[in-house]
Design a protein around this ligand. Sequence first.
Ligand SMILES: [Zn+2]
Length: 92
Amino acid sequence: MSRKSWIFETLCKSPTDLDTIVEQYELTKFRTEYTSVGVKYTYRCALCKKFPSCAMQLQAKQLSMTDVDTFEISKFGKHDHEKRALTTRNFC
Ligand SMILES: [Zn+2]
C-alpha cells in the first residue's frame, strides 16, 4: 500500500544533518526550487533507474529566509524494490 501524501519527518538544524538523512535513505537530489521563504530540495531514490516503480521521495524545505540551516523534512512513499526494471528479452 502506498501513501499519497507528504508526511512530516523531522527538522534539520544543519546541512550536515540533511546530508546524513539523504544518505540514510539512499536518495539523490533531483529538483531544486526557490520559494518565498527559501530553497526547497526534492530527493528521490538513488536507485530509481534500477527500480522505476520506487516511489520514495523526500523534500527538504527551508523554513525561513533568515535561517539557512533549518530545513523541514517530509517524506513521500517508501522504497519499493520489489520490481526491477525489466531487461526486455524479446524472442522473435
Ligand atoms: Zn528506492
